[in-house]
Design a protein around this ligand. Structure first.
Ligand code: SF4
Length: 251
């Protein structure tokens, strides 16, 4: 059996609904275009490109100026997206609003990121390959590492922060394991409501994350070997591309 490939997104899929994981990771079924996901991609692209410019020029005006070209490129790369966006002005206004919120949370003219959209990977065990893409990695002159992730949605409600942080603990674990440096700070930037979620990970957090990942991987392998995928209906079903074939909704 090939090593199991895990990423924060696929882990999240399995935790939310094993049946959804199967459709995405095993069957590789195509999905309907999600406007929320496409909007997120566009904002991520613009924030990545913003840092190509010299620091003092990283202003909201520059971010807005990057919007038309980035959007045109995305439309070309994603057939079918053009037809999905019914109101161009509303779409652009929403993206501008998210970018405006970004500048209330950070001052990109005051620092240099070390990496953007960086791929990180590690063999968790001989049979588990773990990888992901970090939106931004900032390493201070002192050597302190900050891992940053942009979200175009809203911050989690009280009590749900750990679930949100799990993705960044995975990145921090990979970084720690591969570079031998424990990241100092994890930062989730929620552009949907202008909130930051920060966490200073400890070795205990990352060891707990490793244990949890191995346990999830074992569950996935069990599901594969036994062809056993439990659907787990939730409010996510309203956005699921596979509702019409899902056993949980069979007539
Ligand atoms: S419709 Fe709901 S239960 Fe079915 S696969 Fe999608 S998320 Fe899972």
């Amino acid at each position: 059996m090939n090593p199991l490939r895990l990423s924060p997104s696929r882990v999240n899929d399995y935790l939310n609904c094993p049946q959804l994981y199967k459709y995405r990771a095993i069957d590789l079924l195509p999905e309907e275009i999600s406007l929320d996901a496409e909007r997120g991609t566009l904002v991520h692209t613009i924030l990545e490109r913003l840092f190509d410019a010299p620091a003092p020029t990283r202003t909201p005006e520059l971010a807005f100026a990057l919007l038309p070209t980035s959007w045109e490129e995305q439309l070309i790369a994603r057939p079918g997206l053009r037809e999905k966006v019914q109101n161009d002005k509303e779409w652009i206004d929403r993206v501008r609003a998210l970018l405006t919120t970004y500048f209330t949370l950070e001052s990109p003219a005051t620092f240099e990121p070390t990496e953007r959209e960086v791929h990180v990977e590690v063999n968790l065990t001989e049979s588990i390959y773990l990888h992901g893409y970090i939106d931004r990695l900032d390493i201070a002159p002192s050597g302190e590492v900050r891992i940053v992730d942009y979200k175009t949605g809203k911050s989690p409600k009280p009590g749900w922060e750990e679930k949100a942080l799990f993705q960044l603990w995975i990145y921090a674990f990979i970084y720690w394991r591969t570079m031998g440096v424990l990241p100092k700070l994890l930062q989730l930037i929620y552009l949907g409501n202008g909130e930051l979620l920060r966490n200073a990970p400890t070795e205990a957090d990352l060891l707990r994350t490793e244990k949890k990942l191995i346990s999830i991987a074992e569950e996935i392998v069990y599901s594969i070997e036994n062809v056993s995928w439990r659907p787990r209906p939730s409010r996510l079903c309203d956005w699921c591309s596979f509702k019409n074939i899902c056993p949980a909704f069979a007539k």
